[in-house]
Design a protein around this ligand. Structure first.
Ligand code: SDX
Length: 427
């Protein structure tokens, strides 16, 4: 006998089933609430709302646990590859060697963009933010790949998913090349997914580009850390857009737009800008004080999380990766020392302890990406590149969910009640 939740509203007692997942909080199934009571629940920001059932990613915010299809992020970051994690998220199981090779070959053969899209870039200003370009080009893909926009056809859904995963590195690299006035490089099928991205970004037609294996491994790990993260704002945006039957390219463009915000994926760019503004350890107390000041809108970027009330396990891996990249590139950027001391000071400050504010995935990522050579404006574009596999996996799961229907939340209306129109001469 499953438990139920009893609710008393004026004049009516109602009862709703409590549903349990494989792990994590139970949910109260309130789908009949409005029909039975004429009342809505009220949950701005969805702090206590499960929007769907999913088997992709599990987060335990109190324990700092992140699992993809059951596998801990630390193990995947240590032993897996972004292509293998992509296969896992899309298909539910780790691939054997034959399946992995076939998947990598499929993705490799979708990395080129329709040549007409290169012209599309010419319409942007050179100093356009790469996220504006990513938004525009991702949405424009639906104007080129009509043969994979029928969302009712599982084969077309999978082709669209492969195209999106494969083309994001090309789109992101082209956005960077366009911003620095260098020619686009075509993908090189001999390279790995991540090695190909590094070459398209930093290579030039005038000379051979040698992929640095340490950087390739670090970049691939960064992609793994950003692949998926339950029902975050941009994933929920993709699901909501997809629930109307919009084509997958339009849904991913919507996800990119949402990710751009500084409270979400834009935080990696904001976090490095903040660390550079702080500049040296002596100035950290001033910024800690500002972050605690209710009257100051300033927040420590890369700190805090809606779900993690413990250390974000991705930040742990990210911090380790900083040291590897710094050693490999013989970089000694003081910004890392500022980040380490800022973290140390914040984690020992009662305000951050009481509010359970820890570094999140965005706190260290910018330090690494900057050391590798990316401008801060590219950071969120890299987040979008990696998160595309999570978005398409969640989108596929939603489309195949027999319970899915168009998302259409209600509201608590506090505007004017009905009144009659007054002609302008009488106002
Ligand atoms: C990502 O959802 C995901 O999974 C996202 C993500 C993913 O992989 O998809 O993990 C990626 O978006 C990581 C988060 C990146 N954003 C930032 O680093 C921006 C800085 N952080 C915050 O703005 C904030 O922590 C959020 C947006 C991340 C979470 O905000 P919540 O859950 O809505 O919490 P809140 O804003 O209500 O804050 C709770 C309290 C508040 O104080 P009180 O009003 O209760 O007194 O904590 C304070 C906040 O003022 N607080 C901070 C703070 N974050 C929260 N104070 C100072 N610095 C901060 N960073």
């Amino acid at each position: 006998m499953s438990d139920t939740a009893k609710l008393q509203v004026p004049g009516k007692d109602v009862e709703y089933p409590i549903l349990s997942g494989s792990v994590g909080p139970d949910v109260i199934d309130i789908r009949k609430l409005y029909g039975q009571t004429g009342k809505f629940t009220y949950d701005p920001g969805f702090t206590s709302t499960a929007s769907c059932e999913s088997g992709l990613t599990y987060i335990d915010g109190d324990e700092g646990i992140l699992l993809h299809r059951g596998y801990p992020i630390g193990q995947l970051a240590e032993h897996s590859s972004f292509m293998e994690v992509s296969y896992l998220l899309l298909n539910g199981e780790l691939p054997n060697q034959e399946e992995l090779t076939a998947f990598e070959n499929t993705i490799t053969r979708h990395t080129m963009l329709h040549e007409q899209l290169a012209t599309f870039y010419r319409g942007f200003r050179r100093d356009a933010h790469p996220m504006a370009v990513m938004c525009g080009v991702a949405g424009a893909l639906s104007a080129f790949y009509h043969d994979s926009t029928d969302i009712t056809d599982p084969k077309q859904r999978m082709i669209a998913s492969h195209r999106l995963i494969a083309k994001m590195p090309t789109i992101a690299a082209m956005a960077y090349k366009y911003s620095v006035g260098q020619p686009f490089l075509y993908p090189d099928n001999k390279l790995s997914y991540t090695g190909n991205f590094l070459r398209m970004t930093f290579g030039v037609p005038a000379e051979e580009y040698e992929v640095n294996p340490v950087i390739e491994k670090a970049m691939d790990r960064i992609f793994i850390l950003h692949a998926d993260h339950e029902q975050n704002a941009s994933t929920s945006t993709v699901r909501l857009a997809g629930s109307s039957g919009a084509n997958p390219f339009a849904c991913i463009a919507a996800g990119i737009a949402c990710l751009w915000g500084p409270a979400h994926g834009g935080a990696n760019e904001a976090a490095l800008n903040m660390l550079r503004e702080i500049g040296r350890p002596e100035r950290i107390p001033e910024y800690i004080a500002r972050a605690k000041d209710k009257n100051d809108p300033f927040r420590l970027m890369g700190f805090g999380h809606r779900v993690y009330k413990n250390y974000d396990p991705r930040a742990t891996v990210m911090q380790k990766t900083v040291r590897e990249v710094f050693d490999a590139l013989k970089v000694n950027d003081p910004v890392f020392e500022v980040a380490l001391q800022l973290e140390e000071m914040a984690l020992n400050d009662p305000y951050f302890i009481e509010k359970k504010l820890f570094p999140n995935v965005d706190f260290y990522s910018g330090v690494i990406l900057s050391a590798i050579g990316f401008p801060t404006t590219m950071f969120t574009a890299l987040f979008a590149l990696a998160r595309t596999v999570g978005w398409v996996a969640q989108w596929n799961e939603m489309i195949s969910d027999p319970e899915q229907k168009i998302g259409r939340p209600r509201q608590l209306y506090t505007g004017p009640v009905q009144r009659d129109y007054v002609p302008v001469g009488q106002r």
